[in-house]
Design a binder for this molecule. Sequence first.
Ligand SMILES: [Zn+2]
Ligand SMILES: [Zn+2]
Length: 252
Amino acid sequence: MLRPILADLHIHTVLSACAEVEMIPPLIVRRACRLGLGLIAVTDHNACANAEAVIRAAEGTGLAVLPGMELQTREEVHLLCLFDTVEQSLAWQAEVWSLLPPLENREEFFGPQYVVDAEGQWVRTEGRLLAASADIALEQAIARVHALGGLAIPAHVDRPSFSLLANLGMVPANLGADALEVTARFQPEAGFAQWPELRGWPLVVDGDAHTLNDMQNRTLFKVAAPTVRELSLALRGAEGRKITVDWHPTKS
Ligand SMILES: [Zn+2]
Ligand SMILES: [Zn+2]
């Protein structure tokens, strides 16, 4: 049976150097439940290590959590990579890390990168620089994510940096992405006028949350379950599945 599920598919934790210290599993889950979300994805920069802790923190709440990553490609384009299982996400992380420059994070400059448990307690500090580009082209990354059974969605395409439209200037033909993500500031009338090629794409709105307050509840999936396969059907409008975006929310 199909049911409506509100989703925010782009949430950072304290593993992202730029995220606030409040972005720990129990607080993310509590905020998601308050927003009425049925699905979130954990998408740290080039890393997946905190996804399992958020999944565990959500147990028993009814909130589904997809393990994911926000990859930074060779073109400095950000790409959401979403999976069903932690194993898939860690396989992808291993592949991405083999393509990242072997640099140390400069904590005083970029901020710390914390791995935490389901309660949000410190487990370890990730020393590798995660805020860097992996040596993989965007289209190639999308194909690899698909080969691993995941969804690939270019992030915040309307942002003036680290985005498909800013860095490539267009949506390439045969991109192969499952959808495009726009920011919470995107206004359809002005946005479609500026980038007419967005009209043909399924669009999702996420929070790109670096603070709890950034989280959004504006993308509604009608699916049988919060899985990659069902989301993919919804993004294609297939088998009765669909997405609806609330473009004009009343701020809560
Ligand atoms: Zn980003
Ligand atoms: Zn992000």
